[in-house]
Design a binder for this molecule. Sequence first.
Ligand code: FAD
Length: 369
Amino acid sequence: MYDYLIVGAGLFGAVFAYEAKKRGKKCLVIDKRNHIGGNVYTEEIEGIQVHKYGAHIFHTNSKAIWDYVNRFAEFNRYTNSPIANYKGEIYNLPFNMNTFNKLWGVVTPDEAKRKIDEQRKAAGITEPRNLEEQAISLVGTDIYEKLIKGYTEKQWGRSAKELPSFIIKRLPVRFTYDNNYFNDTYQGIPIGGYQAIIQKMLEGADVRLNADFFHDRGEFEPLAKKIVYTGMIDQYFEYAYGVLEYRSLRFETAVLNDTANYQGNAVVNYTDRETPYTRIIEHKHFEFGTQDKTVITHEYPTEWKPGDEPYYPINDDKNNEIYKKYKALADAEANVIFGGRLATYKYYDMHQIIGAALAAVDKEFGERG
Ligand code: FAD
């Protein structure tokens, strides 16, 4: 008999398994995929760590979380500084003095602020009612038109006028010449890939891959005293209140045998509406690779239907209401801990998932030793 059956070998499940094992508990971890790691999974191709489910950059402001994750891997000094390609024009992200200089030729922060203020005033928006108005009221019309509109509409498959304003409440805008995307104190990519971290976390746990909880629910449930469930919450409750919706992604990865350096940056965002993909990732730049080949991935946003890979929850009022009902059922479910992005129907960065998993550990076992 196991103490815990952990459904999902992603970051949440792996942190929980590690902490439970430390306390002498026996864990069985199952995943329906053919690998551990969930969405942080990296696979080595041509000596390059390929981020199979999209670019993953670790960043946090919490020293405790940074120290925690550094127990499992050494991190390099990678700083996320994506660039935008708008119809062949290149701009720095996040929006900063380099972006403003390229757009308008302005040099000082005051000049940039004046330009943005002029455009905000001309638009006359006092209370933004949708994403388009919110974006214009934050950064003015030029940045919105060239760098936000097309990208966001592709990402969500809807017009920016139909999208809620809260999606971009936290657009980073800075009046310094600083292309570092994140404001966090700690940032980097694990040397050896995220895979090495997850492997270490799961050492000593029994792991079964290609094992879907719902295919053998009757067999899996009696195997453990408790379940840690990190799959989709609506599926757990057999869609009793309906289906929670997501946006999905399609990744197309290619090895370029004759190219050492394809785009000169790990992440390039394509911000026009016509280019069907939102980003191209060149993986070797995450780790300053010097191989004579390169591996690139085109990222295409796609509609989601049940059965597709769920990536981004659609946290609009309709879906949030449905989630609340499932949450009430989850709270009443004895001996099951619901955690991770799918069971809580929320987008989380990796550091937040680690924080949430450690909080679940604290709740389960009392304070961490
Ligand atoms: P998951 O990784 O999804 O793990 C859940 C696991 O459960 C999966 O392996 C799944 O196969 C398994 N599972 C589900 N249902 C079942 C079932 N019925 N039976 C068995 N197994 C099941 N975060 C950052 O900090 N920085 C970034 O740069 C970043 N970039 C991202 C880019 C993209 C495109 C995406 C989608 C996410 C990004 N994230 C990033 C977020 C990061 O991926 C998540 O924080 C993290 O993967 C969540 O871990 P999790 O364990 O909750 O979920």
